[in-house]
Design a protein. Sequence first.
Length: 192
Amino acid sequence: MSITTVAELRTALGVGTLYADSTLQSVCDAADNVLLPFIWANTNSIIGHSNTATTGTSYFDFDVTDTFYVGEAVVISGSGSKHNGNKTITEVGEKSITYAITGNNNTPTPFHPINPFGIVAGETYLDPATVPAIQEASLMVAISIWTSRQTNSGNGMNPDGSIGNMYAMSSQLIARVRGLLSPYLDPRSMVG
C-alpha cells in the first residue's frame, strides 16, 4: 500500500472520477519509489552472495558484527530466488551473514556480486505511513509527479502561456519536501 492513497490524491487534485484508479495508483507508487529511499529504515545493502546446497551467505562492504545477531529474523530482497524472503540468521561474520536456503536448484556457488545491490531488512521501527509529515511529503511529491505528467516540463511555453519547469523531476523534487522529512532522513541517502 502506498503512503498516499488514490482517494487522497484524487481529492487533492480535484479530478473526481476522470482518471482510472490504476492511473492514479501509478503516481502514488512512483511517489513512494522516490521518497522511501530517503527515509531512515532498518535496511542494509548486500553487495554479493554465495551459497552451499543448504545455506546462503550475504556479504556487505562494512563490518556487520554489531548490526546483526544469530537468531535475528530478516527479510532479504533483490538477491535472487534462493536468497530472497524471510530468513533467520545462523551465523554472523565480520562482513557477512549466513542463513538456511531452500529450493530445487541449490547448487553451490562462489561469491558473486549483486547489481544493483540487494537489501536486507531487519525489524521495522518506523512506519512512514503513520507519520503525518511523511504523509504530507508523499502527497506533495505525488502532486508534483502528476502535474509534470500533465504539463510541458521542458523549457518552452505551456499551452496556457506559462513557462515550463525543466527541473520539476530533478533533485529539487525531494528538496521541496526536505523540511517535512528532516527528522526522518537516512544519513546514508544524503551522501554527495
